[in-house]
Design a protein around this ligand. Structure first.
Ligand SMILES: [Zn+2]
Length: 389
């Protein structure tokens, strides 16, 4: 019942929701994680000279405060913090505003080019710029992404689309017709198929050879690349209803992309490693809604996905994992609680984004490159430099 109520709440207009969330801003909220999960720290080997594969994981709206609050709620452990990462801080610069968004912030990560608020995959003048997906595809590397939001949301679009305003959602969806990824598994088929221009972007992708699915059970059956599966009309369900789907989706993509670059694949079809983007998409939503319990559920789901990815990378030995964020959401502050009980007491200061450097955690070959303070564009450049070695 509670879940239904929350879903109904989220179905209201953004204006109404923002008004409701405003009532929560500044109020003390308490959350206790009743069932903490086990964390066995993962050691990802760094000895390979260069990474063959790169996995970029983006917690949308995830600041150091989100990480520390989630760490406290899980009784002082997270895969992210306990697995001995190299750590840096990235400045979140936007061309025309102090406080960035997932369009400009994610595009700075995706393309290395600073751009304007709400832009995806274009420079500050509106010209299309190539992303890490183009960089990888041009080098005959495999590419993939997993996410829990609708595909026209900013972060997936930063890597595949070129629009001055992310709110041009039908134009953003149309850009996916030219998608260069081998593996796309997330949500949001509505604006791909129900369109005033009469186009069906999913059918256009099928015509290009993509294997598609429109539900989670059907997506699980797909085993041959290229895959383009969107399992819900809009976002995926809440964490407790979707289970470990983000981890499953991500590991499946990594396995398929690794097989595609293995020696058992015929030389004509073989790829040289891969680039993969995984997004913990809805941290941002619950930051906007000032919803501490759901924010923590998304944080712990993202951390468990990070744990599964680190274990995969540790077994592989040639994979760099970089975990970062596009910006902070909610102005979250941990003001009290009790570590032994997994209790956190928090306040939010805004229903929008705030200005702060975002943490960068790196594991595996080339991870030490990410020590220090730099811009989000430098995260992009460091990845390209490592793959160019
Ligand atoms: Zn946001």
């Amino acid at each position: 019942m509670k879940t239904k109520n929350i879903l109904l709440t989220f179905a209201l207009s953004m204006a109404a929701t923002a008004a409701m969330a405003n009532d929560r801003t500044d109020k003390l909220q308490t959350y206790v994680l009743d069932a903490p999960y086990e964390v066995t720290p993962v050691s990802v080997p760094e000895k390979a000279k260069r990474p063959k594969n790169v996995i970029l994981m983006i917690g949308d709206g995830m600041s150091l405060m989100h990480v520390y609050t989630a760490w406290t709620a899980n009784r002082g452990k997270l895969f992210l913090t306990e697995s001995n990462p190299h750590v840096g801080l990235a400045k979140t610069l936007c061309a025309n505003r102090l406080i960035t968004d997932s369009g400009a912030g994610g595009s700075f990560l995706a393309t290395g080019v600073m751009t304007r608020y709400h832009s995806v995959g274009v420079d500050a003048e509106g010209n299309p710029v190539p992303s890490l997906v183009d960089f990888a595809a041009d080098r005959n590397m495999g590419t993939g992404m997993s996410f829990t939001c609708r595909i026209w949301d900013a972060t997936p679009s930063d890597f595949n689309c070129h629009q001055v305003d992310r709110d041009e959602e039908y134009a953003v969806c149309a850009d996916y017709a030219k998608c260069r990824m081998d593996y796309v598994l997330g949500a949001g088929y509505d604006k791909m198929i129900n369109r005033e221009d009469g186009r069906n972007i999913m059918k256009e992708l099928e015509a290009r050879g993509y294997h598609t699915a429109y539900s989670w059970p059907d997506a699980q059956k797909l085993e041959t690349l290229p895959i383009f599966a969107l399992t819900e009309p809009h976002d995926t369900p809440l964490p407790k209803d979707r289970g470990d789907r983000l981890a499953q989706t991500t590991i499946k993509g990594l396995d398929l992309l690794k097989a595609q670059s293995s020696k058992s694949t015929p030389k004509s079809e073989r790829k040289n490693g891969f680039f993969f983007m995984c997004e913990g998409s809805q941290l941002d939503d619950y930051g906007h809604f000032n919803e501490l319990p759901l924010l923590m559920e998304e944080m712990h789901d993202f951390d468990k996905t990070i744990g599964a990815v680190l274990e995969w990378a540790a077994r592989d030995g040639e994979t760099l994992v970089v975990v970062t964020a596009d910006h902070e959401t909610g102005g979250l502050t941990l003001v009290g609680g009790e570590l032994a009980k997994g209790e956190v007491q928090c306040k939010f200061s805004t229903t929008d984004h705030s200005g702060i450097m975002v943490p960068v955690y790196a594991f595996g070959p080339g991870a030490s490159t990410f020590d220090g303070i730099y811009t989000q564009g430098d995260v992009n450049k460091k990845i390209k430099e490592l793959l160019s070695k």
